[in-house]
Ligand binder design. Sequence first.
Ligand code: ACO
Length: 342
Amino acid sequence: MTRFVITGTGSSVPPRRVSNAALSEKMDTSDEWIRSHTGIAARHMADESCATSDLAVEAARAALEKASPGAPLAEAARAVDVIVVATATPDYQGCPSTACLVQHALGAVNAAALDLAAGCTGFVYGLETAAGLLAVGPGRARALVIGAETLTRFLDWGDRSVSVLFGDGAGAVVLDKVSAAEDGRAASPRGLLRSLLRADGSGAQDLIFRRGGSRAPFRAGETLEKGMHLSMNGRAVYTFAVKALCETIEALLAAERLSHERLAWIVPHQANARIVQAAAKRLGIPEEKFFLNIADYANTSAASIPLALDELNRSGRLHPGDLILSAGFGAGLTYGGNLIEW
Ligand code: ACO
């Protein structure tokens, strides 16, 4: 049986760390409010010189080094057949894709490159998309799946209920196709077992960049009151997110006839610790099973799940055979998850 196995993880955040206390010096908020309502303590923010592709490239290089230890990076990059970049904050609007910029910077001269727009569920969608592209292409063996964002550049800093929630960063994984013929190792992980990908476009207006697209393009000569920014209906997203997390976890476990006790980790999208706590309570799953690093990074959208996976991996908390369930939800609205044997 052909398997799709994560063989390396990497991540990157901009060096500038901004605490809640630092934010509260510039706007009407407080460390106490942000922590108690979201679990966030700090976020990393990109400086002007850093775009989404810069973070994506750093995360991808780190993942390639993990997947091919000791190999020259140029060689590892040439072995990549597919690059998927999940992002809501591409370097450029529409074209070129951020994935093409990453492809060039890495020297991945043999790779197809595409962006994927599924909001904060982008990495979950990206993993399944990459596995599909590897599956149908006989000559394809290795994919890079990257979630990368610079959302702090697209926030209305006058809207405290949205702007305190987000941070910048990127996470990446190397996904290798292992065919039955070359897979003699009995203990080889089964890799990506199953994904659930869902969408509910009726909630499209709840998380949205209203301006800049074909529906409402910027016009020559117009004066903008605010820069392009993310608008959010926080209450509606909260309710959706708890339901989406529960449905994703229940559906993936049921499809594989598993109980949650079999899972080593649930890696949820890191949007708000309270969303995770509410879902854990509703599902009767101990909170400790959910990996949370939102305190340090805030919501990094499509980057949050691969950033969390990399932190788990590098800190030695993932072991061969562990079952991991990722669960995302976000703009679209979209939601879904991946069940992975490590
Ligand atoms: N600092 C201080 N006070 C604040 C802040 C802030 N940063 N933001 C809001 N408040 C105030 C409000 O003004 C309000 O005050 P009032 O009662 O005097 O009017 C009070 O706090 C409560 O506001 P609510 O909006 O009711 O706060 P709530 O407890 O619902 O929390 C939050 C708001 C955190 C945004 C919550 O609705 C939420 O988490 N929603 C989901 C957000 C999310 O997950 N988004 C992203 C998901 S998808 C993706 O990642 C792109």
